[in-house]
Design a protein. Structure first.
Length: 147
């Protein structure tokens, strides 16, 4: 059983750190570009959910192995009026069919993914079109131009 720290304190600490002003401003620039069925890599506590344009998004599949953060994400989904399905997976192992998403969103998550290149490849395989994913965060060699 996960510790009290992992279940209760850590998700809120991550939420505070990832919700800082400069980070929120970047999320507000990137996330509203998403449309249709969205794959959000590293949904975490759902900090991006307030920035989606509900008129442009038909549904969101959020992947994040940190299940202790899912309750906060579900609360934010309800508050934003968005249909969100959470999957307790890392982006490298997504079992969705190829070409099943209109938009891919990844903000400030790549540093937590063990194999970011594999996650990028998986995300590309699941995109319906060859549009650029909507990305904000740290610049990795393969992802630096996205967004």
């Amino acid at each position: 059983m996960p510790s009290l720290y992992s279940r209760l304190l850590l998700p809120r600490l991550i939420d505070c750190a990832c919700g800082l002003g400069v980070v929120s401003r970047q999320r507000a620039r990137v996330v509203p570009r998403a449309h249709g069925r969205v794959l959000e890599i590293g949904i975490g506590t759902g900090l991006n959910l307030a920035h989606y344009d509900a008129g442009r998004v038909t549904g969101i599949v959020g992947v994040d192995p940190g299940v202790e953060m899912h309750p906060l994400a579900l609360r934010r989904a309800r508050e934003a009026g968005l249909a969100v399905e959470l999957m307790p997976l890392s982006a490298e192992t997504l079992p969705a069919p190829d070409a099943s998403f209109d938009s891919i969103v990844c903000t400030y998550s790549l540093c937590t993914i063990p194999d970011p290149a594999a996650a990028g490849f998986t995300a590309h395989m699941h995109a319906r079109y060859l549009h650029r994913p909507h990305f904000a965060g740290y610049h990795y060699w393969g992802w630096a131009g996205w967004g």
